[in-house]
Design a binder for this molecule. Structure first.
Ligand code: ADP
Ligand code: G6P
Length: 478
């Protein structure tokens, strides 16, 4: 039963590994709150601006949790992680076990029993925090792969609430998922929910198939029967996430953003073609493949500075995980080589920026770029692709988009690529540069229509409606 220490309970409770803001401890010892990285926060922050609710999550630093506080209409409830839990639950099990398995094992996954123990313990802590702030009959919306045990744990604590879970990343084919020594527990954790949302139909199907093959659950028409004597069925369906189209377009239309876009081009020496990459520095994003294609195009003299330049923004991410350290070293070495071999005085071939920027600066970069390179090897959605077309109300620019993103299933009119095919990627980049303006405008109009018709507000409404309509609702406990 709800028993918040502060007596405050909420009809809508989000649980995500991260809060929308991170507490940063400065060298001076003072603390500051900064927007957290990643697409989950971009999307959920927009959703929560429109409705009251609580958000349970980690504040981004190990140690004691700060006290709960209100921010822009949302009640934020920090959950504490010890330094060891950050290593084992967050960097370990979440990002060195699950993340590689769920992204096609682009790098090998590590399995450690003590990481699993920490994952269970931290999921339990999240479930307790959720149970504490949930009003009777509340809707609980659990987010992403870090919290897959939370649905069943919340159900055990609070059988009166309605529980949904959304996976922001792909759900792997059963052959890969089956490698996980804790596969049965993960599936049973998720089956504690009433409704499970995925980015693509294929992800929902992979989940249902895993339940059938690995825990022998009975499945029918996108639902899984729960073998706990309750007779419950859990629905799994695709509800692809999106962005706040109206809000971002309004920002992109600000005169100051337009001026900054012009200034960026000027600072880059007014190239004929400005190419842009914007990613967390993650091996799933295909940054190495993109740089290889670009380097070869320069070496072949098909394009080159000062006419063409590439800005690669690579947000720092998961910097203590070895695969991310190797990627960073590799990317930075490659950028150095490309500039050394193929740049000119005053006209480097790649401008590499390893920072997070304010939203206005991102919008200006999108407005400035002639070709946007989105080349992941695997990505649940990729909101950057949707943000780019949203900012191009002028119908300018061209989007090169990997077939291995969730976004491609909605934006397949873009300049599609298979990033593994370097020769094909080079041709696609050249096509994106050379296609006549009118044709590019036609494509951009179609891409923008899709995002505008399917924005994040519609996504949230669809998810919550599916949660309410899911089969076998338990009676709320007054
Ligand atoms: P992921 O969630 O894997 O990081 P997405 O493309 O779905 O990938 O979302 C990334 C989000 O982070 C987008 O909203 C994007 O604008 C934002 N972002 C990426 N890089 C930066 C940066 N350097 N500074 C600020 N925001 C960034
Ligand atoms: C992706 C994941 C999110 C995660 C984000 C940033 O978007 O789906 O759950 O928050 O990346 O990663 P980080 O590890 O810094 O939270």
């Amino acid at each position: 039963m709800p028993s918040s220490q502060h007596g405050k309970t909420f009809d809508l409770v989000i649980a995500a590994n991260r809060l929308p803001v991170d507490q940063v401890i400065l060298d001076s010892g003072e603390t500051e709150w900064r927007r957290s990285p990643g697409g989950l926060v971009t999307a959920m922050d927009s959703v929560m601006r429109d409705q009251p609710g609580a958000w349970v999550g980690w504040a981004g630093e190990p140690g004691e949790a700060p006290a709960p506080f209100d921010q822009e209409g949302t009640h934020l409830v920090p959950v504490a992680l010890s330094a060891e839990e950050v290593r084992r639950y967050y960097e370990g099990f979440s990002n060195d076990t699950l993340w590689p398995i769920y992204h096609d094992v682009i790098v090998p996954a590590s399995f450690h029993r003590e990481w699993w123990t920490a994952y269970q313990r931290v999921n339990e802590r999240f479930a307790e925090a959720v149970a504490e702030v949930a009003a009777p009959g509340a809707r609980i919306w659990v987010q992403d792969y870090q919290l897959q045990l939370v649905p069943a744990m919340v159900r055990a604590l609070r059988p009166d609430v309605r529980i949904g879970w959304f996976n922001h990343i792909p759900f792997p084919p059963v052959e890969l998922f089956a490698q996980l020594p804790w596969r049965g527990q993960l599936l049973r954790g998720l089956l504690g929910a009433d409704f499970l949302g995925f980015q693509r139909q294929a992800d929902a199907q992979n989940f249902v198939r895993a339940c059938r093959q690995l825990i022998h659950a009975e499945t029918k028409a996108g639902t899984v029967a729960v073998d706990d004597g309750s007779g419950r069925r859990v629905r799994a369906a695709a509800i692809p996430i999106s962005i706040d189209f109206k809000g971002l377009e309004a920002l992109a239309r600000e005169p100051s953003v337009g001026e900054r876009a012009a200034e960026i081009r000027e600072q880059l020496g007014n190239p004929k073609v400005l190419m842009l990459g914007v990613d967390r520095l993650d091996y799933t994003k295909g940054i190495r493949h993109r740089l290889k294609a670009y380097e070869e195009l320069l070496a072949d003299r098909r394009i080159g500075p000062p006419d063409v330049t590439l800005v690669q923004v690579a947000t720092p991410s998961r910097e203590r995980v070895a695969a991310y350290q190797h990627l960073r070293a590799d990317v930075e070495q490659t950028v150095g080589r490309i500039n050394g071999d193929l740049g000119q005085i005053g006209a480097p071939a790649v401008h590499y920026l390893h920072h997070a920027y304010p939203r206005e600066e991102m919008a200006a970069l999108f407005r400035a770029a002639d070709v946007m390179l989105v080349t992941p090897l695997r990505d649940g959605m990729n909101l950057v692709a949707k943000e780019y077309v949203t900012c191009r109300f002028d119908l300018g620019g061209a989007l090169v988009l990997s077939e291995f993103t969730g976004a491609w299933h909605e934006l397949h009119q873009a300049f599609s690529c298979n990033p593994h095919d370097i020769e094909g990627l080079k041709q696609t980049i050249l096509r994106a540069i050379n296609t006549p303006e009118r044709e590019k405008q036609r494509i951009m109009r179609a891409l923008r229509k899709r995002v505008s018709d399917h924005d994040v507000q519609r996504w949230a409404a669809r998810f919550l409606a599916a949660l309410d309509a899911a089969p076998d609702r338990a009676e709320p406990n007054p």
